[in-house]
Write a protein that binds this ligand. Structure first.
Ligand code: DGL
Length: 264
């Protein structure tokens, strides 16, 4: 294994940066190619067929171009719909992101859990299975929000957003029958940890948030155990799949070590 072979971290937009942060803490010198599928964004309002057709083919092209040692699908929507197809199509380790219902069930005292994701994620049978397997004694209340994805994208571009918009998202969860008992919310879209502070401020009472980033970073560590890494971190690549203007994102990308912008 060549020490320069990167980890490829993939999302529809900036959400995967929440996962990248955890990976960087675990593997500080890992070469990174971060891919934002800006040409396909947003995923959460698309059909299963659209995601299933787009993601494996796109990742195939990216793997050819960058020869990564491992791919992280840092997107709940893409993972809950297309993870099996991507694994079948590509001959390298693929780490997916699935809603952190299991860790939430381990900490919830009220046994009422909220799952905040995209519309596409919260309707997946994958989520039903996670709830049945790991949170069978909990009430699991779901809410899909495309608005919150846009708020997170705007936030990384320096727009603080309107607290009323965050309150409206939280009301979509807590306003449902049984919602007043929720003590733990799964951030089941990788965009959402980027605005966890705003969500906490908009919450009707103190609650705990859970996401999958640390678990993913641990998994990447296990799968790359014993492999060589560069002695010092190199400039990471941020690749966008459209010509969209990403100038406003440059500081957020640079903060995360992504200094080279490329286009597909
Ligand atoms: N970040 C993605 C996720 O984890 C989806 C955002 C979107 O494109 O709708 O589900």
């Amino acid at each position: 294994m060549d020490s320069d072979r990167p980890l490829l971290v993939f999302d529809s937009g900036v959400g995967g940066l929440s996962v990248l942060a955890a990976i960087r803490r675990a593997l500080p010198t890992a070469p990174i190619v971060y891919v934002a599928d800006s040409g396909g964004f947003p995923y959460g309002t698309k059909s299963e067929a659209e995601i299933a057709a787009r993601v494996p083919a796109l990742l195939g092209r990216l793997v050819e171009r960058y020869r990564p040692r491992l791919v992280v699908i840092a997107c709940n929507t893409a993972s809950t719909i297309a993870l099996a197809a991507v694994r079948a199509a590509l001959d390298l380790p693929i780490v997916g992101t699935v809603p952190a219902i299991r860790p939430a069930a381990l900490v919830s005292k009220t046994r009422a859990i909220g799952v905040l994701g995209t519309d596409a994620t919260v309707r997946q049978p994958y989520v039903d299975r996670l709830a049945a397997e790991f949170a069978a004694d909990c009430v699991v209340i779901r809410h899909g929000s495309a608005r919150l994805v846009d708020l997170a994208e705007a936030s990384l571009r320096g727009d603080p957003g309107d607290p009323a918009d965050y309150a409206a998202v939280m009301a979509g969860l807590f306003g449902q029958p049984g919602g007043d008992a929720i003590d733990t919310v799964v951030l089941a879209c990788t965009h959402f940890p980027l605005v966890a502070a705003q969500l906490a401020a908009a919450s009707p009472r103190p609650i705990g948030f859970v996401d999958g980033a640390e678990g993913i970073a641990r998994r990447v560590g296990v799968l790359t155990q014993g492999q060589p890494w560069p002695a010092a971190p190199a400039a990471g690549v941020a690749l966008f799949t459209s010509d969209a203007d990403v100038g406003a994102l440059a500081p957020a990308l640079a903060n995360r070590g992504l200094l080279r912008i490329e286009r597909l």
